[in-house]
Design a protein around this ligand. Sequence first.
Ligand code: ATP
Length: 264
Amino acid sequence: MTGARRSATLMSVTTTSEQAVRLHDVRRVYGSKGATVNALDGVSIDFGVGTFTAVMGPSGSGKSTLLQCAAGLDRPTSGDVFIGTTRLNDLSETKLTLLRRQKIGFVFQQFNLLPSLTAELNVALPLMLAGRRPKRSETRGVLASLGLGERTKHRPSEMSGGQQQRVAIARALITKPEVLFADEPTGALDSTTGREILVLLRSVVDKHGQTVIMVTHDPVAASFADRVVFLSDGRLAGELQNPTPQAVAERMTLLEVASIGTTK
Ligand SMILES: Nc1ncnc2c1ncn2[C@@H]1O[C@H](COP(=O)(O)OP(=O)(O)OP(=O)(O)O)[C@@H](O)[C@H]1O
């Protein structure tokens, strides 16, 4: 692409303040000559400020790769990623790390808490990494707001899976991120506990106006979102607004069948 054409393209994808995250023609190729995988194959999508989006698709369709590229944890092979109005492609590793610390929270399926630290210290960690000395009232306040006021001194091994995931969410929210990314946040939890976590994620959007982008395999979990976007073979394969579990499950069945058909 010529410089002029590239500038024109970039002008046309300049983000507005209503978009929390924007991907434009993002490709992510893994491997090298002879053995490459197009994990993302030209994905363009916007995530509006204060919205809750679920990302679904068959295994290997590129969901985690999408999340990692959108969160600046992985760099696309080509294409543009914006967080707010900042284009991530232009940032050095140091600036990207700073932006992630300021604007992004990430929650994982396996919680990823530090086992030797109390709940309170796990939550304080992002502030300490940013060079701040966290106030006890700050970390305890976030833990209390997530129903963990009595657990501040407990270590991860002394808490249930649901409590550990709530600590992980408290840790992600302590920096007041604009966007919270969650990769299978209920995957390791029973359905009742998982539902509590989803209610919590919903309130992050409804009460605080933050943006949540969540990968899930579970149609019930996806129904907590405002929108579900589907991926298949690294490409967008449609979306559902105001999804019901039934509508999501039907769409997933069609995609799974199509994906089995193409791998035979
Ligand atoms: N680091 C990597 N090196 C090589 N290939 C990779 C790497 N990460 C992912 N892939 C491949 O890229 C494709 C997309 O992977 P990704 O993990 O994004 O899919 P997914 O939809 O999240 O899958 P799942 O639902 O099974 O977690 C898959 O074919 C996967 O094998």
